[in-house]
Structure formats: C-alpha cells, structure tokens
Design a protein around this ligand. Structure first.
Ligand SMILES: O=C(O)CCC(=O)C(=O)O
Length: 323
C-alpha cells in the first residue's frame, strides 16, 4: 500500500473526466487485497474550501435551541452529523464517479450511502479510541461477515492522531471492539498510519482493524461516510439510536443527480425509516435546567420590552425595531 504522502497529485479527478477502467480495477483490487486504498485528489481546492468553511461554521458552538452547531456526547470529539446538508462539496464527494465505480465493484449493485458525518478530534494523549472493526449489522442473526466501506476525508492537515489500520485484517472476523488480549496478538508490522494534508481521502473496509491514532497533538477535522447494503439487518443498538436513518439532504445541492446517484443516496428507500422517531433516553438534568432558565429568560425579555414600550409612550418616543 502506498503511503498517502507518496501519492502524486495528478490534478483533480473531477466528475467530468472519463474514468480510466484499468485504474479503477487496480484500485478495487488493492482494496480487495489490503482493505484500504488512498484515493487521488477528488475535489478542487474551491470545493474543499467550501466544505472546510461550512464544517468550521458548525463547529463554532454547541447545538442549542435555535443555535445550530456540533453535538457533544464524549469528551474528545465534537460531532457534526448529516454533513450532506452543509455544502455542495460534501454531496459531490458522496457520489463521485470514481468512488461509485470502486464501491460497486467491492460492495455490489445494492449499496447505499447510509451515514455521512464528521468530527473534530480534540488534542489528547488519552488512548480513548481503541482498535476495532465497525459494528453495524445484527450479528445475532447474520452469519455472514458483511461488507461496509467508509470513505474518509481530512478537512485539516493531519500530522498526528491520524487514522491507523492493520493492512489485510479485513473480512476475517465479525467486527468488534478488540479486548486487550486480542490487541497483543495483532500483526503490528501491518500497521499503516494515514497522515496527510487537508483533502486527503481514502476508502477502507470497516472490518479492517483500525483506530484513531494517539496522541492527538493538534485538533483534527475529518468526515467519514459509511456505505453498505441497507437491506442487511442493523444491530439493535443502532436501531435504538436511529443511527442509519435515511440521509438528511439539502435541496440546494441535489441538482443534476443521475438515477444512480439517487439510488446511492437512498431516494425513496424507507427500509430504515422510523416514523416519528424520538430518542428513547431522557435528556440529562442539565437539559432540564437549560429549559427552565430559557423559560425564565424569555419571560424576563418580554417584561423588559413591555417596560421599555411603556417608557417610550410616557416620553413620546418612537419604538426602535430590534429585527
Ligand atoms: O477518527 C479516526 O481516525 C478513526 C475513525 C474510526 O475508527 C471509525 O470511523 O470507525
């Protein structure tokens, strides 16, 4: 496997350029053999800049009430869900012709994009994200090791805390989080660390043993798209959290999609739709405290407005428009 740093920049492998079948075959074979491939430059610098800008905007604050933003459910990562809503580049990447060609060879004709999210990893020396294969299908009923591919792209330059994997460990066992005893037996000579500049993209079979590297010395922003056959039964935990809900899309970015693009994006597919889904857990105490303080602050604002209006009437002044 080539190191990502050695990949030549041969210009943007854009959506208009005809695909070189030999090159696609070579990449698909490499993916089959090793469980991972580095991709050539798929997007233009302008597309990448648009994605970085939109992603950074989501990272400005924690999502709350009318303030859109990231989600935080763990200490070392800020999660940005549903990135296809954010910028045209995220959508273009998801249905890039080279990606689709490789995926249809590796996953067959029924694969779809089932999740599109990203995160900002915060600097830490803590080893919080161990070696694993991604669990997604219901292993209590599925005997087969199902194929799933993730497309990853860095949105910042990554010099530490890069994606790590053990080449050739894919499709050997059902994916799971590895226990300490298993980690001791891993073929560490096969370890690859995918450092790279912003825009670096790669595909990996999610059964390949992988992890985020430690230490993470500077913040890292990356997106990960998951592609698999949506007809395969999802594990209970992901049904519970509605993880593989139909993609959330932005109408502004859906012009000019081919029928294949529409299929890949799951147009009209209700297999994993949970109508009226509501999270099953109760929000934490702090949420109730926020709600209560919001109610008080809204009522206080209204009271201040009424007082200000009364004083304006008394003093004969015109109201100033706040909006
Ligand atoms: O953030 C990383 O580098 C690791 C990602 C990962 O483990 C995953 O997507 O399953």
């Amino acid at each position: 496997m080539r190191n990502l740093r050695e990949i030549e920049s041969t210009g943007v492998f854009g959506t208009k350029r005809p695909l070189d079948t030999a090159n696609v075959d070579r990449l698909a074979n490499e993916l089959e053999q090793t469980g991972v491939i580095a991709l050539p430059q798929l997007l233009s610098p302008e597309q990448l800049r648009g994605m970085q800008h939109a992603f950074a905007a989501k990272l400005k604050r924690l999502r709350w009430n009318q303030f859109d933003g990231y989600q935080r459910t763990e200490p070392y990562r800020l999660m940005v869900e549903d990135v296809l809503l954010l910028d045209q580049g995220f959508l273009d990447l998801a249905v890039h012709p080279l990606v689709k060609e490789i995926l249809s060879r590796y996953l067959g004709p029924n694969y779809e994009l089932t999740e599109a999210k990203g995160w900002k990893s915060l600097p830490t020396k803590k080893d919080f994200h161990g070696w694993h294969g991604d669990m997604w299908y219901d292993q209590t009923v599925e005997n087969k090791i199902h194929r799933e591919i993730k497309l990853a792209m860095y949105l910042t330059d990554v010099r530490s805390g890069a994606f790590n994997l053990l080449k050739g460990t894919h499709l050997q066992q059902h994916p799971h989080n590895l226990k300490r005893a298993e980690v001791k037996t891993l073929p560490m000579s096969q370890r690859i660390e995918l450092k790279g500049a912003a825009g670096t993209a790669f595909l990996f079979d999610t059964t390949v043993i992988h992890r985020q590297g430690v230490p993470m010395l500077e913040p890292r922003q990356a997106i990960f798209y998951a592609y698999h056959d949506p007809r395969v039964r999802i594990q209970d935990e992901d049904v519970y959290y509605n993880r593989y809900h139909p993609l959330l899309l932005n109408a502004a970015f859906l012009g000019g999609l081919s029928r294949e693009d529409q299929r890949v994006l799951g147009f009209g597919n209700k297999t994993n739709l949970q109508p009226g889904f509501n999270r099953h857990e109760n929000p934490p105490m702090i949420y109730r405290a926020y709600c209560a303080s919001l109610g008080i602050s809204l009522r206080w604002e209204q009271y201040c407005e009424r007082m200000a209006a009364r004083w304006r009437r008394i003093l004969g002044k015109q109201p100033t428009n706040r909006y």
